[in-house]
Design a protein around this ligand. Structure first.
Ligand code: URA
Ligand code: SF4
Length: 216
């Protein structure tokens, strides 16, 4: 279906004002802010502490996340968890979510393997009200954007992962000034050729250490 024909009102009208994270999670299952809800199994909202000091923002749920309803429970999630621990961050102090809350995929035939398709900027924009609402509620000290899609949702337009990763970026938010940091997505490490994979992983850990060091 051509994008111009897609009815994409954005999530705002489904986001209850002033709701806490649990109420946001419950409301998100009704969201029809873009077309991605329909082929997906369920909405995948977030996991982790509602009073977290660090928020980790990914791209969108993957195949396993879509089936289980929990973010970062597949291979990328396992790698992220390892990197978080290695960076000296207590996972209990983190809040994990995605820029887009439904799994976007392609499938050649019903029942065949679902292939991840990156959300486009229209999906990121449609879904941003959920991200804005949950981050306003959690009010973390530092927000880590994992990969280009999360960066698109939350970082300045000219941010490039290759150029600006690992830098602390202070931005004004609805909860005052907040520190952001963009880095690579753990999936990118899984796609890195074996000989370069350790270095890519070390880079993610180093960036997470930078984020942790920014905590007051
Ligand atoms: N990749 C993401 O960006 N988020 C998930 O939840 C899983 C994989
Ligand atoms: Fe709503 Fe986001 Fe799902 Fe689109 S991807 S239907 S905006 S929750």
């Amino acid at each position: 279906m051509p994008v111009s024909k897609v009815d994409r009102p954005g999530a705002q009208q489904w986001v209850p004002e002033g709701a806490d994270v649990e109420a946001l999670r419950a409301a998100a299952s009704s969201c029809r802010g873009c077309e991605l809800w329909e082929p997906a199994t369920q909405v995948v909202f977030s996991a982790g502490a509602a009073d977290a000091r660090i928020a980790l923002v990914g791209e969108q749920p993957g195949d396993q996340e879509d089936r289980r309803g929990v973010p970062f429970v597949g291979p990328a999630g396992r790698l992220l968890q390892k990197a978080v621990a290695e960076a000296g961050i207590d996972v209990a102090t983190t809040y994990v979510t995605n820029a887009v809350k439904h799994f976007r995929f392609t499938q050649s035939a019903p029942g065949s393997r679902r292939i991840h398709a990156s959300p486009d900027v229209g999906h990121v924009n449609a879904c941003r009200p959920w991200l804005a609402a949950e981050l306003a509620q959690v009010d973390p000290e530092v927000v880590v954007c994992l990969g280009a899609t999360a960066a698109k949702a939350l970082l300045p337009k000219d941010f490039r992962v290759t150029k600006h990763r690992g830098q602390l970026i202070v931005q004004q938010t609805s909860r005052g000034e907040k520190t952001f940091l963009g880095t690579i997505h753990p999936s990118a490490i899984l796609r890195t050729p074996e000989e370069d994979r350790d270095a890519a992983y070390a880079g993610l850990v180093a960036d997470l250490r930078t984020a942790a060091a920014a905590l007051s």
